[in-house]
Ligand binder design. Structure first.
Ligand SMILES: *[C@@H]1O[C@H](CO)[C@@H](O)[C@H](O)[C@H]1NC(C)=O
Ligand SMILES: *[C@@H]1O[C@H](CO)[C@@H](O)[C@H](O)[C@H]1NC(C)=O
Ligand SMILES: *[C@@H]1O[C@H](CO)[C@@H](O)[C@H](O)[C@H]1NC(C)=O
Ligand SMILES: *[C@@H]1O[C@H](CO)[C@@H](O)[C@H](O)[C@H]1NC(C)=O
Ligand SMILES: *[C@@H]1O[C@H](CO)[C@@H](O)[C@H](O)[C@H]1NC(C)=O
Ligand SMILES: *[C@@H]1O[C@H](CO)[C@@H](O)[C@H](O)[C@H]1NC(C)=O
Ligand SMILES: *[C@@H]1O[C@H](CO)[C@@H](O)[C@H](O)[C@H]1NC(C)=O
Ligand SMILES: *[C@@H]1O[C@H](CO)[C@@H](O)[C@H](O)[C@H]1NC(C)=O
Length: 666
């Protein structure tokens, strides 16, 4: 009885700790950190330790912050008020919090407070302030920022700000990092950021800015303008060296290559998903007019339409990463790359390029990854001693058929070639006709080769000789001829081979020779049998799905079972009774059969074919056959027995007459 009452009191204490102020605090205290998050609190608890470093009050129901809370806050360095319902802060409240460095007020209702048009007072020590997700309109941030002299990081993410005025950051001159992501900013007044001499990161992504004509933030290192409505980006004419390293202009409506600072350290430039038609400033004006007429471009009534005015050459000597994918580029002159001596990654995929060449004007000798996939390339050429560092080349989806046969052999560091979805033919390895084909033998650095969907007619003998491929994808080349020596030369290197979807009826390759082969995909073909191993197999994953297999020979099962871990066999007309070894293998626990649900087999019942899941096969499904066998053996045994009896009887008879004869003699 006594214990039960005690438990009841404890429960009551837990449920409503602050009706009675004398109750102990429900917060968790670890050293000087106090965690009061997610407790449905409507007020800051009164009973808190005297000295607090971090106070977490996030996810509660606090509405008003007044000075009755102050004793609890006076020593706090880090105050987290995220996701409450705060709509009122007593002006001057934070005047008494001289240690407060980090103040998180995100996801509250501070728009209601700002509507009172009262400043919250000085934030003398605050360095990081988070005001994101508060429904703040234009100028409302002023009530929080008027006196924040040491503020370095500010987030206004996810508000409703439409304009940044030149006074917005008047009271917070120490700012280094400003996050204005996800607002509706249309206008930035001249001078808004210029006085912030320490500003290094500015995130303006997901806004509605239509034009930057006079970029002049010399000290800025990172500028994110992705997902706006920019038609143009231009830097002011200046001899100063700009610090900008990262410039993200992705997903805008930019028509011309941006005019970047003449002296720059730019490392990263993302211009993907824009409307670039040319990498320089020239471009047909009437297209611009068309876009304007179709309502695709905003125009500012006071200003003329943002236009490309500067035609000077862009020097980008430190650029490492350039993304131009998803634009409408028809051509890029090789000279465009002449200054990009550091460039390591270039992405021009999904444009309208008809030709692409790299020559002595822009050698791109630092480039490691080049993506020109999904264009309309007909001509591709790489000059002598260009692309010396290239490791990965994406050419897929171009309908390319003819190339200089040795084009890939001249890339001294090429590791990975993505050639799928083209119309290539493979040259024979030995000396022979070398036109209208690409040579893939004797490329000593190449490890990964993707050739699916090329309508390949055949793979000539030794096509990959002296090219140490690890991965070879020849899938989706219907009716491709593959001979016994097509893959010769790859025996000691090949790890993964895909021959999926090639309509193969037979395959005459001895995979026992391929000692490193771990994964073999033969799915979606018309194979009726797979006698592919003369001895042991090293294959761990084998895909036989969607073929015409009736039985899998016992020697194949024996060759595979030691190393095999994963087997796909679904969508084959397997026989239930002709595959005892395969069915035993499928039942082993260590073997993973991902398509077991689609793996079925057929047996005969009352002279009709019946399909069942391979995992449902029972001995009685094959009994009719066994029964017949039994009958035949019984008959054979009987016949044998009878013969034996006859023979013995005859023998006996014979010996009796013999003895009788002897007896007469004797
Ligand atoms: C907060 O203040 C408003 C008015 O200033 C008042 O109506 C409301 O009841 C207060 N809320 C709490 C929880 O004290
Ligand atoms: C910003 O500072 C300037 C000069 O320092 C001053 O004229 C202006 O009134 C200030 N604006 C605000 C909103 O404090
Ligand atoms: C503050 O901004 C700097 C760069 O300006 C950044 O490196 C740092 O991570 C930011 N700190 C916080 C807490 O956001
Ligand atoms: C720019 O902002 C977008 C959207 O917030 C983000 O996905 C992207 O990673 C940012 N870019 C850089 C370079 O940080
Ligand atoms: C601009 O690019 C086009 C092709 O895109 C080229 O014909 C023209 O000469 C280039 N102009 C300059 C100034 O580089
Ligand atoms: C190039 O850009 C496309 C589209 O943005 C992307 O899918 C692809 O992965 C990029 N290529 C490389 C090599 O990163
Ligand atoms: C491809 O380039 C060659 C020589 O550089 C030229 O003769 C041919 O006309 C070009 N083809 C196309 C389609 O541009
Ligand atoms: C087998 O592959 C063919 C060709 O991709 C496809 O049309 C068919 O649906 C597949 N059959 C099964 C049973 O998965």
């Amino acid at each position: 009885m006594g214990t039960r009452l005690w438990i009841l009191m404890l429960v009551v204490n837990q449920v409503s700790p602050y009706r009675r102020p004398a109750e102990p605090s429900p917060c968790q205290v670890v050293h000087e950190d106090v965690d009061c998050s997610s407790l449905n609190l409507r007020r800051v608890p009164a009973q808190l330790p005297a000295f607090i470093h971090l106070l977490d009050l996030s996810r509660n129901l606090l509405q008003n912050l007044t000075d009755r809370e102050l004793p609890a806050l006076s020593t706090v360095q880090h105050l987290n008020l995220h996701a409450n319902k705060i709509q009122f802060i007593q002006p001057g409240l934070f005047q008494g919090t001289s240690r407060l460095e980090v103040l998180d007020l995100s996801a509250n209702s501070l728009d209601l407070y700002a509507a009172l048009k009262t400043h919250i007072g000085p934030l003398k020590s605050v360095q990081h302030l988070d005001l994101s997700g508060n429904g703040l309109f234009t100028d409302m941030s002023d009530y929080f920022l008027s006196d924040a002299p040491v503020l370095t990081n500010l987030s206004l993410d996810g508000n409703s700000i439409t304009k940044i005025s030149r006074h917005t950051f008047n009271g917070s001159q120490a700012l280094r990092n400003i996050d204005l992501h996800n607002n509706v900013i249309i206008e930035i007044e001249e001078g808004a950021f210029e006085s912030l001499t320490g500003l290094s990161e500015l995130d303006l992504s997901v806004n509605s800015i239509s034009c930057i004509t006079d970029f002049n933030l010399v000290q800025l290192k990172t500028l994110n303008l992705s997902k706006n409505s920019l038609t143009n980006f231009q830097t002011v004419d200046s001899d100063l060296e700009f610090e900008i390293l990262y410039l993200d202009l992705r997903e805008n409506k930019i028509l011309y290559f941006p005019v970047l600072p003449e002296r720059n350290k730019l490392m990263y430039l993302d211009l993907s998903r824009n409307l670039l038609r040319s990498v320089n400033c020239s471009g047909p004006l009437e297209e611009l007019e068309n876009l304007k007429a179709s309502g695709y471009l905003f125009t500012d009534h006071d200003k003329p339409l943002c236009l490309c005015v500067n035609q000077r050459h862009q020097d980008l000597p430190r650029l490492l990463y350039l993304d131009l994918s998803y634009n409408q580029l028809k051509a890029i002159p090789s000279s465009f790359f002449s200054s990009m001596v550091s460039l390591e990654s270039l992405n021009i995929s999904n444009n309208c390029l008809e030709r692409f060449s790299v020559d002595s004007e822009g050698r791109l000798n630092s480039l490691k990854t080049l993506d020109i996939s999904y264009n309309n390339l007909q001509n591709l050429s790489f000059g002598e001693s260009t692309l010396a560092a290239l490791e990965v080349l994406h050419l897929q989806g171009n309908a390319l058929s003819t190339l200089d046969a040795g084009i890939f052999s001249r890339l001294p560091n090429i590791r990975s070639l993505h050639l799928q979805q083209n119309l290539f033919s493979i040259c024979p390895s030995l000396k022979g006709p070398m036109h209208d084909c690409i040579r893939l033998s004797s490329i000593p650095t190449l490890s990964y080769l993707y050739l699916s969907e090329n309508s390949l007619a055949s793979v000539p003998p030794g096509a990959f000789r002296r090219t140490p491929l690890l991965i070879l994808d020849l899938s989706q080349n219907a009716d491709m001829g593959l001979g016994p020596s097509s893959l010769s030369g790859l025996e000691t290197t090949l790890v993964h081979l895909s021959l999926r979807g090639n309509q193969l009826r037979t395959l005459a390759i001895d995979f026992t020779l391929f000692r490193k082969l771990k994964s073999l995909d033969l799915s979606v073909n018309r194979l009726t049998g797979v006698s592919l191993w003369s001895g042991d197999s090293s294959v761990e994953s084998l895909n036989l799905q969607n073929n015409s297999l009736v039985t899998l020979a016992s020697d194949t099962v024996f060759a595979l079972q030691k190393s095999l871990r994963t087997l796909y066999v679904g969508s084959n007309p397997l026989s239930c009774c002709g595959n005892p070894y395969l069915l035993t293998l499928l039942q082993q626990d260590r073997l993973n059969v991902p398509d077991i649900a689609a793996a079925t087999c057929w047996y005969t019942r009352d002279s009709e074919s019946v399909e069942i899941s391979v995992s449902a096969v029972q001995s009685e499904h094959c009994e009719s056959v066994d029964g017949k066998v039994l009958w035949i053996s019984v008959i054979v045994m009987l016949a044998l027995g009878l013969t034996l009896v006859l023979v013995v009887a005859l023998k006996l008879c014979h010996s009796k007459t013999h003895r009788f004869k002897r007896g007469i003699k004797a």
